[in-house]
Design a protein around this ligand. Sequence first.
Ligand SMILES: Cc1ncc(COP(=O)(O)O)c(C=O)c1O
Length: 393
Amino acid sequence: MLKRFLPYSRQNIDSSDIKNVIQVLKSDFITQGPNINRFEKEFAKYVGAKYAVSCATGTAALHLSCLALGINSNSRLATTSITFVASANCGEFLGANIYLADIDKDTYCMSPTSLEKLLKKNKIDVVIPVHMSGHSSDMEKILKLKKKYNFKIIEDSCHALGGKYNNHKIGSCKYSDISTFSFHPVKPITTGEGGMITTNDKKIYEQLLIYRTHGIIKDQKKFLNKKNAFDKKNVNRWYYEMIDLGYNYRLTDIQSALGLSQLKKLDKFTFKRNNIAKKYDEAFKKNKYITTPKIRKNVEHAYHLYTILINFKKIGKTRNEIMTELFKHKIGTQVLYIPLYKQPYYDNKYKFNIKNFKNSEYYYDHALSIPIFPDLKIKEQNYIINTINKVIS
Ligand SMILES: Cc1ncc(COP(=O)(O)O)c(C=O)c1O
């Protein structure tokens, strides 16, 4: 029996992370200090984007992105049915109408075919593909649709930091306007709570900065009320201007210091996740009740999640029974995600037609995410494999 419980994912914090955080705690600035800028610069450099804006959470990153693109109550937003609620909530916050595309049956990401069906019938303003589990969405096809139907793209990259598409790092925005990330502890790197937005568009970047801090600007060249702003020719030392309605969505210096030291280890983390995935692929290949994740040729997976599809009917056990059995063996599993159209809020409001979600239905009936995180020991991996192959037989 194992010494520790193995969740489906968890953070990896070492002494260098702790040292970095303590340094900030002992410094003069624990909220708005120099690490924020450093983290943003390093992050932008890592993913290969021009700009990076840190923020409080992945949800805040999506909300800010919608604000920066001018999404409002006249807008239409399309995302995928298998995702965390935040991918759609960001539009709801602004009163936009939400549309859902089905997923691709192999990658569990947004199906471009299903998206085009929506685009043919509705003028969609923004599309949010989700790089599910860390596998990139089919961005070439989605970009082609953008050129045909004219919409903005926000990649929900919360699962996919460390991954690549066509040799471009996720977050480079080569196929999108904006890319968003989460640093929740189960994600590829963590800052506790935290988020990041990347873009190559200066105007979007500037809007993101404004909305992140209450709608306030401090750049004297941009002040609207010159009379209040200036004393003779000098700017008043206390002066700032609120030019729009924004939020306090800032990341702290403490979190940024943790993010910086986590970012240094990201490639190592991704490598370890990929090794675990390879081992699982091999080990479950022989189990006829299990389907392992597929990966497209032009994708380097970040493996935030390792999700198997299980034929529950054939083995005569429900998913809940299997989860309970594995839990008793100290193996944590999770179902990621319940389709958005099944959530009472969305079901009541939009009455989505379940017939449009054949692949999502299949996925939801069979999916189970099993433990994958960088410090999962070889012994633990073998234990998981043996236990799962015993329980699912
Ligand atoms: C796909 C996806 N989008 C958005 C979010 C929101 O991120 P956060 O929890 O940091 O707000 C998450 C986090 O669970 C997620 O998995």
